[in-house]
Structures are given as structure tokens and as C-alpha cells.
Design a protein around this ligand. Structure first.
Ligand SMILES: [Zn+2]
Length: 264
């Protein structure tokens, strides 16, 4: 008798999707990822393992950092997570298995991944096609879309990225690359993170020629579905440059006092 391939639901006990973002750098974290730090007065604070910002006890204790972040609007949506994982795993298979590209192109897989997001989309790219600005502003009607894009300062294009009147949840920071020094310091990473459950990385930037030439083997794209690897990639690259690009200057390293958000 042919043996059917089994699936043991107890493996779901090892399923540990990210629960919260760091308020400062948006690192993808689980409550257990925070490091405990003893303060001078013998009380405890907790620290973001990615950016090092301290969360000081106030109306929340250090044990309640997850609850504080949820209440402050930094919780990660966990609804329908199994259904989303099934859909994103299918997209990852379509990206990684080139024999499927005659039916489903990498570009269409990317667009399906955008469509499937129910929590957030984070991007890093060198260059950015207006096609993707439009696609992501459409998606930003439903979920937060954030990113860091390195590119030469083009006035009209920058205006479209900065003007978020029509898409308040679209927040993309541009890193100017107009001279050699800027060019050398700007991030060169190519990264798309969907809900913390799928990462697309490789050589292709978020431009239409790059994503279409994956099909011809001129660019390489890898879909990653290992949650620990996704969080590591995200927190090492996206979070680092996100914290850097925030316009709060010296406030970057100021500790966060865990107070209840003021209700409106
Ligand atoms: Zn952080």
C-alpha cells in the first residue's frame, strides 16, 4: 500500500511567529527575545536585541513589554496566520522552483505576495519603479508599507514617494545616492518582507526590468520561509537602516518609558 505523506500537527508547537515590533527600529520580535537589564536602582528594564533601546518600567513592568507594545500600536497581526502561511509557502515554492516559471512568473509571485499581506510589507531596494510605488500605495490602503530605498534624488519621483495624502500607511524613506560618498554609504540590500512570514531576497531591486529579468536568469531571487532567518535578515538590515533614517536625531538612543497610551 502506498504510504501517504503525513503531517504531524505537534510540529506547530515549534511555530513561533514574531509578536511585536520594536518601537524604535521595528525589529520583529517575540516577547522572549528582549534582554533583561538591571538598572542602578535594582529594578529591571528590557532591551531590544536589534537596536539596543531600553524599555523602562513605568505603568508597565519589564515583564509586560509585549503588552505595552501591543497597546502602543506595535503588535503584529496574527489573525488567519495558518491560512496566510499556506498561501505564502505556495508563493515561495513558485519563486524557488524555476520549472514553474512557465506558468507563474517571479513578477506575478511578487505581486501575489503583496496581495497576500495582512499585517505589513517592509522593503529595501536600490532604485524603485513607479510601477511598484503604485502597487504598494494600493496595498497601503489595507496594511502598513514601510521601506528604505537608495536612489538618486529625482524631484518628481521623490514627491510621489513623500506625498502620502492618499496612502497614510505608506512610509518609504529615500537615501540619496547622488555623489560618491552617499553612494558608498547607502544600503545596497534587496529585501521584501511579507508579514514576517516570507522574505524575498537576492540581486533584483524593486524595479520592473530587474524582476522581469529574473525569468531570463539575469537576476537571482530566493524566497525564504524559515521564520528565524527572516527575522534575522529583517532585524539586521531593515531595522538598522530604519532606525538610522528616522528623523529623530539624538533621540534615537533615548530610553522608552512604558506608559499607557493616551486614549483619544
Ligand atoms: Zn529596536
Amino acid at each position: 500500500m502506498a504510504k501517504t505523506k503525513g503531517f504531524d500537527i505537534s510540529t506547530l508547537l515549534e511555530f513561533q511567529p514574531p509578536e511585536v515590533f520594536c518601537e524604535r527600529c521595528l525589529a520583529l520580535l517575540r516577547k522572549t527575545d528582549f534582554t533583561r537589564v538591571t538598572l542602578r536602582d535594582e529594578t529591571f528594564a528590557v532591551q531590544c536585541p536589534a537596536c539596543g533601546v531600553l524599555y523602562l518600567p513605568n505603568e508597565f513592568t519589564s515583564w509586560q513589554v509585549g503588552e505595552y507594545l501591543h497597546q502602543a500600536g506595535f503588535g503584529i497581526n496574527q489573525e488567519r496566520i495558518i491560512q496566510r502561511c499556506v498561501m505564502l509557502a505556495g508563493i515561495a515554492r513558485d519563486v524557488n522552483d524555476a520549472s514553474r516559471w512557465k506558468w507563474v512568473t517571479p513578477m506575478s509571485s511578487l505581486l501575489r505576495a503583496f496581495a497576500a499581506a495582512e499585517s505589513f510589507i517592509h522593503i529595501m531596494s536600490w532604485g524603485f519603479s513607479s510601477f511598484f510605488v503604485g502597487a504598494l500605495k494600493l496595498k497601503a490602503q489595507a496594511v502598513a508599507v514601510r521601506g528604505t530605498v537608495s536612489m538618486q534624488n529625482q524631484k518628481e519621483f521623490l514627491a510621489e514617494i513623500s506625498d502620502v495624502t492618499d496612502a497614510p500607511r505608506f512610509e518609504v524613506h529615500m537615501v540619496d545616492t547622488r555623489n560618491n560618498e552617499m553612494w558608498a554609504n547607502a544600503p545596497h540590500h534587496k529585501l521584501v518582507i511579507i508579514d514576517g512570514l516570507l522574505a524575498l531576497t537576492g540581486s533584483a531591486n524593486l524595479t520592473t526590468p530587474a524582476w522581469r529579468s529574473v525569468l531570463e536568469g539575469k537576476e537571482h531571487i530566493e524566497a525564504i520561509t524559515d521564520l528565524a532567518r527572516i527575522a534575522e535578515l529583517h532585524n539586521r538590515y531593515f531595522s538598522h537602516f530604519w532606525a538610522e533614517s528616522k528623523q529623530d536625531g539624538g533621540a534615537k538612543s533615548n530610553p522608552i518609558s512604558m506608559m499607557r497610551p493616551i486614549p483619544f
